[in-house]
Design a protein around this ligand. Structure first.
Ligand code: HEC
Length: 174
Protein backbone atom coordinates (compact mmCIF):
# COMPACT_ATOMS: atom_id res chain seq x y z
CA UNK A 1 0.00 0.00 0.00
CA UNK A 2 2.76 2.38 1.02
CA UNK A 3 4.70 1.40 -2.09
CA UNK A 4 1.74 2.04 -4.32
CA UNK A 5 1.36 5.50 -2.94
CA UNK A 6 5.00 6.26 -3.58
CA UNK A 7 4.76 4.99 -7.13
CA UNK A 8 1.80 7.23 -7.77
CA UNK A 9 3.63 10.19 -6.37
CA UNK A 10 6.66 9.48 -8.52
CA UNK A 11 4.60 9.19 -11.68
CA UNK A 12 2.84 12.44 -10.89
CA UNK A 13 6.21 14.11 -10.43
CA UNK A 14 7.49 12.60 -13.68
CA UNK A 15 4.39 13.66 -15.57
CA UNK A 16 4.69 17.14 -14.09
CA UNK A 17 8.33 17.31 -15.08
CA UNK A 18 7.51 16.33 -18.64
CA UNK A 19 4.80 18.93 -18.82
CA UNK A 20 7.27 21.50 -17.57
CA UNK A 21 9.89 20.34 -20.06
CA UNK A 22 7.53 20.52 -22.99
CA UNK A 23 6.51 23.99 -21.82
CA UNK A 24 10.14 25.10 -21.78
CA UNK A 25 10.77 23.65 -25.25
CA UNK A 26 7.68 25.27 -26.66
CA UNK A 27 8.47 28.68 -25.24
CA UNK A 28 12.09 28.64 -26.41
CA UNK A 29 10.94 27.58 -29.86
CA UNK A 30 8.48 30.43 -30.04
CA UNK A 31 11.11 32.87 -28.94
CA UNK A 32 13.51 31.33 -31.44
CA UNK A 33 16.49 32.25 -29.32
CA UNK A 34 17.93 29.54 -27.12
CA UNK A 35 17.49 25.78 -26.92
CA UNK A 36 17.14 24.01 -23.60
CA UNK A 37 20.90 23.33 -23.63
CA UNK A 38 21.60 27.04 -24.21
CA UNK A 39 22.69 26.85 -27.82
CA UNK A 40 21.56 29.87 -29.82
CA UNK A 41 19.29 28.61 -32.61
CA UNK A 42 19.23 31.77 -34.61
CA UNK A 43 22.71 32.85 -35.74
CA UNK A 44 21.46 36.43 -35.97
CA UNK A 45 20.33 36.44 -32.35
CA UNK A 46 23.51 38.11 -31.16
CA UNK A 47 21.97 41.49 -30.42
CA UNK A 48 22.17 42.65 -26.84
CA UNK A 49 19.43 40.76 -25.04
CA UNK A 50 20.28 39.38 -21.60
CA UNK A 51 17.93 36.43 -22.11
CA UNK A 52 19.97 35.18 -25.06
CA UNK A 53 23.04 34.36 -23.02
CA UNK A 54 22.80 31.78 -20.29
CA UNK A 55 25.07 29.15 -18.88
CA UNK A 56 28.38 29.07 -20.69
CA UNK A 57 27.31 31.75 -23.18
CA UNK A 58 26.74 34.46 -20.62
CA UNK A 59 29.84 35.76 -18.92
CA UNK A 60 30.19 38.15 -16.05
CA UNK A 61 32.72 40.75 -14.99
CA UNK A 62 33.17 38.44 -11.99
CA UNK A 63 34.66 35.75 -14.27
CA UNK A 64 38.18 37.22 -14.37
CA UNK A 65 37.93 38.69 -17.87
CA UNK A 66 41.04 40.92 -17.94
CA UNK A 67 44.63 40.57 -16.74
CA UNK A 68 46.51 42.62 -14.18
CA UNK A 69 49.11 43.58 -16.80
CA UNK A 70 46.31 44.84 -19.04
CA UNK A 71 44.80 46.93 -16.24
CA UNK A 72 48.24 48.42 -15.57
CA UNK A 73 48.50 49.46 -19.25
CA UNK A 74 44.96 50.79 -19.03
CA UNK A 75 45.87 52.86 -16.00
CA UNK A 76 48.78 54.46 -17.85
CA UNK A 77 46.53 55.37 -20.77
CA UNK A 78 43.79 56.54 -18.41
CA UNK A 79 46.20 58.90 -16.65
CA UNK A 80 47.17 60.42 -20.01
CA UNK A 81 43.76 60.60 -21.68
CA UNK A 82 41.07 60.67 -18.99
CA UNK A 83 42.39 61.71 -15.59
CA UNK A 84 42.46 65.45 -16.25
CA UNK A 85 38.65 65.36 -16.11
CA UNK A 86 37.72 62.14 -14.26
CA UNK A 87 40.66 62.58 -11.85
CA UNK A 88 43.23 60.00 -10.77
CA UNK A 89 40.76 58.13 -8.57
CA UNK A 90 38.01 58.04 -11.26
CA UNK A 91 35.68 59.90 -8.92
CA UNK A 92 35.22 62.91 -11.21
CA UNK A 93 34.16 66.32 -9.97
CA UNK A 94 31.07 68.55 -10.14
CA UNK A 95 31.12 68.54 -13.97
CA UNK A 96 32.64 65.18 -14.90
CA UNK A 97 30.83 62.09 -13.63
CA UNK A 98 32.39 59.49 -11.35
CA UNK A 99 33.08 56.12 -12.96
CA UNK A 100 33.73 54.25 -9.74
CA UNK A 101 31.58 52.80 -6.95
CA UNK A 102 27.85 53.59 -6.73
CA UNK A 103 27.85 55.86 -9.81
CA UNK A 104 29.51 53.13 -11.83
CA UNK A 105 26.96 50.54 -10.68
CA UNK A 106 24.00 52.85 -11.12
CA UNK A 107 25.03 53.57 -14.70
CA UNK A 108 26.17 50.11 -15.86
CA UNK A 109 24.57 47.40 -13.73
CA UNK A 110 23.10 44.71 -16.03
CA UNK A 111 24.48 46.39 -19.14
CA UNK A 112 26.99 44.54 -21.25
CA UNK A 113 30.63 45.44 -21.32
CA UNK A 114 30.08 46.22 -24.99
CA UNK A 115 27.69 49.04 -24.03
CA UNK A 116 30.31 50.56 -21.72
CA UNK A 117 33.15 50.01 -24.18
CA UNK A 118 31.21 51.68 -27.01
CA UNK A 119 30.03 54.58 -24.85
CA UNK A 120 33.62 55.30 -23.89
CA UNK A 121 35.02 54.79 -27.38
CA UNK A 122 32.33 56.86 -29.09
CA UNK A 123 32.31 59.80 -26.65
CA UNK A 124 35.67 59.86 -24.81
CA UNK A 125 38.08 61.54 -24.38
CA UNK A 126 35.49 64.28 -24.59
CA UNK A 127 37.63 66.54 -26.78
CA UNK A 128 38.66 63.68 -29.11
CA UNK A 129 36.16 60.75 -29.20
CA UNK A 130 37.33 57.47 -30.78
CA UNK A 131 40.88 58.81 -31.00
CA UNK A 132 42.48 55.85 -29.19
CA UNK A 133 42.97 52.33 -30.54
CA UNK A 134 40.49 49.54 -29.80
CA UNK A 135 43.20 47.93 -27.71
CA UNK A 136 43.61 51.12 -25.65
CA UNK A 137 39.85 51.30 -25.00
CA UNK A 138 39.86 47.64 -23.95
CA UNK A 139 42.81 48.30 -21.62
CA UNK A 140 41.06 51.31 -20.07
CA UNK A 141 37.91 49.22 -19.63
CA UNK A 142 40.02 46.60 -17.83
CA UNK A 143 41.42 49.30 -15.56
CA UNK A 144 37.94 50.66 -14.78
CA UNK A 145 36.84 47.12 -13.85
CA UNK A 146 39.88 46.70 -11.62
CA UNK A 147 39.22 49.96 -9.78
CA UNK A 148 35.65 48.78 -9.31
CA UNK A 149 37.05 45.67 -7.61
CA UNK A 150 36.25 43.04 -10.21
CA UNK A 151 38.87 40.26 -10.19
CA UNK A 152 41.58 39.85 -12.84
CA UNK A 153 41.99 36.52 -14.63
CA UNK A 154 44.22 34.60 -17.02
CA UNK A 155 43.22 36.20 -20.34
CA UNK A 156 43.09 39.77 -21.60
CA UNK A 157 39.89 41.54 -22.48
CA UNK A 158 39.75 41.80 -26.27
CA UNK A 159 38.30 44.72 -28.22
CA UNK A 160 35.94 42.24 -29.83
CA UNK A 161 32.23 42.96 -30.23
CA UNK A 162 31.09 39.35 -29.92
CA UNK A 163 33.15 38.77 -26.82
CA UNK A 164 32.24 42.08 -25.16
CA UNK A 165 28.50 41.68 -25.64
CA UNK A 166 28.50 38.37 -23.78
CA UNK A 167 30.01 39.89 -20.65
CA UNK A 168 27.54 41.47 -18.25
CA UNK A 169 28.42 44.14 -15.71
CA UNK A 170 26.81 42.48 -12.71
CA UNK A 171 26.86 44.48 -9.52
CA UNK A 172 26.37 41.30 -7.51
CA UNK A 173 28.03 38.02 -8.55
CA UNK A 174 25.49 35.97 -10.55
C1 HEC B 1 37.81 66.95 -21.20
C2 HEC B 1 37.25 66.22 -20.09
C3 HEC B 1 37.08 64.71 -20.22
C4 HEC B 1 38.02 63.78 -20.63
C5 HEC B 1 39.45 64.03 -21.06
C6 HEC B 1 37.37 62.51 -20.54
N1 HEC B 1 36.11 62.64 -20.09
FE1 HEC B 1 34.77 61.14 -19.79
N2 HEC B 1 33.32 62.50 -19.43
C7 HEC B 1 33.48 63.87 -19.35
C8 HEC B 1 32.20 64.50 -19.13
C9 HEC B 1 31.97 66.00 -18.96
C10 HEC B 1 31.25 63.47 -19.10
C11 HEC B 1 29.72 63.61 -18.92
C12 HEC B 1 29.07 64.04 -20.19
C13 HEC B 1 29.14 62.99 -21.24
O1 HEC B 1 28.78 61.82 -20.98
O2 HEC B 1 29.57 63.31 -22.37
C14 HEC B 1 31.97 62.23 -19.28
C15 HEC B 1 31.39 60.99 -19.28
C16 HEC B 1 32.11 59.80 -19.24
C17 HEC B 1 31.53 58.49 -19.02
C18 HEC B 1 30.06 58.19 -18.82
C19 HEC B 1 29.45 57.95 -20.17
C20 HEC B 1 28.04 57.47 -20.06
O3 HEC B 1 27.48 57.06 -21.10
O4 HEC B 1 27.46 57.46 -18.97
C21 HEC B 1 32.54 57.59 -19.04
C22 HEC B 1 32.45 56.09 -18.81
C23 HEC B 1 33.76 58.32 -19.29
N3 HEC B 1 33.44 59.64 -19.42
C24 HEC B 1 35.00 57.76 -19.39
C25 HEC B 1 36.11 58.46 -19.87
C26 HEC B 1 37.36 57.82 -20.24
C27 HEC B 1 37.64 56.34 -20.13
C28 HEC B 1 38.17 58.81 -20.69
C29 HEC B 1 39.55 58.66 -21.28
C30 HEC B 1 39.65 57.84 -22.49
C31 HEC B 1 37.47 60.06 -20.56
N4 HEC B 1 36.22 59.80 -20.07
C32 HEC B 1 37.99 61.30 -20.86
C33 HEC B 1 34.67 64.53 -19.45
C34 HEC B 1 35.87 63.97 -19.90
Amino acid sequence: MKRMKRMTRISIVVAGGMLLLSGVTASSQTRGRVTVDNTPIDPDATSVDPSVYRGSERRSVYDGIYTEAQAARGQATYLQACAQCHLDDLAGDGVTPSIVGPSFHFRWDEDTLLAMFEAIRDTMPQEAPASLSGQAYADISAYILQVNEYPPGPAELAADVEALERIFIDEVAP
